[in-house]
Design a protein around this ligand. Structure first.
Ligand code: ARG
Length: 460
């Protein structure tokens, strides 16, 4: 078996050693980035006079051919191909001969893999940010369709105060807006090229890291070669930002599980986004919503696992760092699939606004409005709270309905009792950012313009 490093060794690597240490099984997905990285590197080597123009051309042609083979599935792995960097260099050398053998001049897999992974992360974070924006757009559209529909807002999973359905949907939308912000921000911070750092210390050859950084579309080159090859902050940060998206999806998912339950009956899933039971013929299950709830746990594991890998690692490169890729790939895949599935689910779910209203229109949901009615009349809130709590307790004890007790109470009377009429409470949430129709109109405007701003940020 021939490896990149066999010159130093008398014996061949053991099969078990290769099986355990090889990363080709998963880092093959870095192929497009590795090719891009090699193109920039070889052109730079040409400008530095380390390869002739003809050699540069030969390597570029071989890289192109290798790229096509990888894309079409024709690419054949050799036994010594321990990772994608080795595999591509081996193939380029087969195709371009001695020019190919010059490709790795002034370069180490340590700076190469860090460069590849940053290119990958840049692309994926941007892609996921636009997927998240598509989900936000659906939440906005559903909020617009929802009009004045309202449902109970909960604290402690007990009905607290009625809220517009639009308000509830946009609450999830704003959480996702922070995710988009974090994705864009993390992407900007990782936009630094490590190429040219070599194994850890740079090179004696006249390399130009600034030029390769620019050619690869990075905003900057590394400042310190040791930091460049050992920094995986960008993976940890990407994992956190993506896991936060997953956690937000899990909270929306939990909402959907509850809304579609027989107990709430607030919504019905579209057939395309529901699953059946193998035994119970009547079932229509919210498996997508349950899986986004569950997968957040796995992704939290990816994040904490990587942080544990990084903790206490000495500078500079250690093979431990190879363990950065599987968690990142898994998290990227799962977040992308989850966002897209939830986008479809939220597009097609049918809201049962009558059931929502019926559930929200329990008189106790307006208890705070009664207390605030007394406050407007001059009573201190703490005292008003006691007065209304007493009426609620008496109605729960069966003395009379809350409406009757309020009507009969000299401090409240029939005008206050009108606050308990169905649909009234939600209209009284009038403060900025509040859950009633008036502020929600303004909120929708602000949400819409935030989406436009974020789209523009992503496009630039
Ligand atoms: N497959 C390795 C990784 O993912 C590439 C770097 C290997 N470097 C080394 N010194 N063995 O980290």
């Amino acid at each position: 078996m021939s490896t990149l490093w066999h010159g130093r060794f008398d014996d061949n690597p053991a099969e078990e050693m290769m099986a355990y240490t090889a990363s080709i099984g998963f880092d093959i997905r870095l192929a497009p980035d590795d090719i891009a990285c090699s193109r920039a590197h070889v052109r730079m080597l040409g400008r530095a006079g380390l390869l002739t123009d003809a050699e540069v051309t030969d390597v570029l042609v071989a890289l192109h051919r290798t790229e096509l083979e990888l894309a079409s599935g024709e690419f054949a792995l050799a036994p010594g191909d321990e990772d994608i960097h080795t595999a591509i260099e081996r193939r380029v050398t087969e195709l371009a001969g001695s020019a190919g053998a010059k490709l790795h001049t002034g370069r180490s897999r340590n700076d190469q893999v860090a460069t590849d992974l940053r290119l990958y992360a840049k692309r994926e974070l941007a892609g996921i940010a636009s997927d998240v924006i598509a989900l936000q757009q659906v939440l906005l559209e559903r909020a617009l369709d929802a009009g004045d529909a309202y449902l109970p807002g909960y604290t402690h999973l007990q009905r607290a105060q009625p809220v517009l359905l639009a308000h509830h949907l946009l609450a999830h939308g704003w959480a996702l807006a922070r995710d988009v912000d974090r994705l864009v921000d993390a992407r900007a911070r990782l936009d630094v090229s490590p190429l040219g750092a070599g194994a850890l210390a740079g090179s004696s050859l006249p390399l130009d890291p600034g030029a390769t950084a620019a050619e690869l579309g990075f905003a900057a080159r590394f400042e310190n070669s040791m930091d460049a090859v050992s920094d995986r902050d960008f993976v940890a940060e990407s994992l956190f930002v993506l896991t936060m998206v997953a956690v937000h999806l899990s909270r929306l998912g939990e909402e959907i599980v509850f809304w579609t339950s027989d107990e709430a009956n607030f919504a019905v899933l579209d057939d395309a986004y529901a699953t059946g039971s193998s035994m119970l013929p009547q079932k229509k299950n919210p498996d997508v919503a349950e899986l986004v709830r569950a997968k957040a746990g796995r992704l939290i594991g990816n994040l904490t696992g990587l942080l544990a890998t990084l903790k206490g690692l000495p500078l500079a490169y250690n093979r431990d760092l190879q363990e950065d890729k599987e968690p990142l790939f898994d998290t990227v895949d799962q977040v992308r699939l989850g966002v897209r599935a939830m986008t479809g689910l939220m597009t097609s779910i049918a809201f049962s606004t009558e059931a929502m209203a019926a559930s929200a229109d329990v008189p106790t949901a307006a208890a705070t409005d009664l207390a605030e009615h007394l406050v407007v009349g001059g009573m201190p809130f703490r005292e008003a709270h006691v007065v209304i709590a007493d009426l609620v307790r008496r109605s729960l004890d069966g003395e009379a309905s809350l409406v009757e007790l309020v009507t009969a109470d000299a401090r409240l009377g029939p005008t206050a009792a009108e606050l308990l009429a169905p649909g009234v409470a939600v209209t009284r949430r009038t403060t900025p950012g509040g859950a009633g129709p008036e502020p929600v109109v303004a909120q929708i405007q602000r949400f819409r313009s935030r989406l436009a701003t974020d789209r523009a940020r992503l496009a630039s």
